[in-house]
Ligand binder design. Sequence first.
Ligand code: PDD
Length: 277
Amino acid sequence: EKIIFNGEIVEKSEVNIDIEDRGYQFGDGIYEVIRVYNGHLFTKDEHIQRLYESAEKISIRIPFSKKDLMQRLEELVETNQLDTGIIYLQITRGTYTRQHGFPSEEIIPTYVAYTREMPIPQVSMDNGVKGLLVEDIRWLRCDIKSLNLLGNILAKQQAAEAGCYEAIQHRGEEITEGSSSNVFIVKDNCVITRPATNLILNGITRQVILKLCKENGIEYKEQIFTVNDLKQADEVFISSTTSEVMPIVQINELQINSGTPGKITKKLQNLFKREIE
Ligand code: PDD
C-alpha cells in the first residue's frame, strides 16, 4: 500500500514519524477528508482551499502549491486503484524539541496522506439514524479543521454508547454541529442550518447542500436554531464527506417525522447523488 509522505509517494511501511512530531505531541496540525467516487476526488478544490485556510489560521506554511498537492493526491488514488473511498491527509507543524510555543527556528511540516476504501452508507441513508444531544465543550475555533479532536471524540463516544450514530452538540440552547458533521433542520418546508461562524466547521457537504437548495428552488436560510427548534422540526439531517445527507429520525427518545426520513431530506439525497455522478 502506497501513501504520500512529505510530498512523495512511498510504501507505507517505509514511513517513520518522529516521537517529537508536534502532531503527535500536541495535536498541532490540520487535516482533511476527501471523498473519492469512481476514482474521482469530489469537491477537491474546496477541500484543498480549506486545508490551506486552516494552515494559515495556525501559521503553518504548506511547502507545496495547491496544484502539486492535488496532482499527487490524484496520482495516489490511481496508484492504489481506489474506486469508492476517502483520502485522509494531515499536515503537522513538524518535529522539534518539545516546547509549547512554536519552534524557535523554521522547520518543515510533516505531511501524510493515505487512501481507504469506504462504501456509501446506503442502508443508514435509506433508514435514517439516531442522534444524541450532547453539550458542546469544545474550544472557540471550531472553524479550523484541527487535529485536536478530543471534544469531538468524547461526544461521539457518548453517542455511540447510547446506541446513536452521531452526537448533536449544543452550546447552551444553540445547536452547533455534530461531532463530525453539520446539522440541518427542516421547518415548514424551509431548510435551516446555522451560519458558519467560529463555532462550527464550514462543511464542504454543507456548502454543496446549500447550493443545491438554491439551484432547485428549495427554501433555505442560515440561521441559529435551538434545541427546542430541533425537537419541533419536521425533518432533521446531518451532512459530512463520509455521511453525505444522513437523515436523523430519532433524537434521544424523541422520534422525528414518525421515525422516517423526511421528504425534503430525501429530495436532497437524490440531488446530491446526481451531483456526484
Ligand atoms: N468530518 N463538522 C465537523 C466537526 C467535522 O469533523 C466534519 C467532517 C464536518 C463536515 O465537513 P465536510 O462536509 O467538509 O466533511 C463538520 C470529517 C469527515 C472527519 O473528521 O472524518
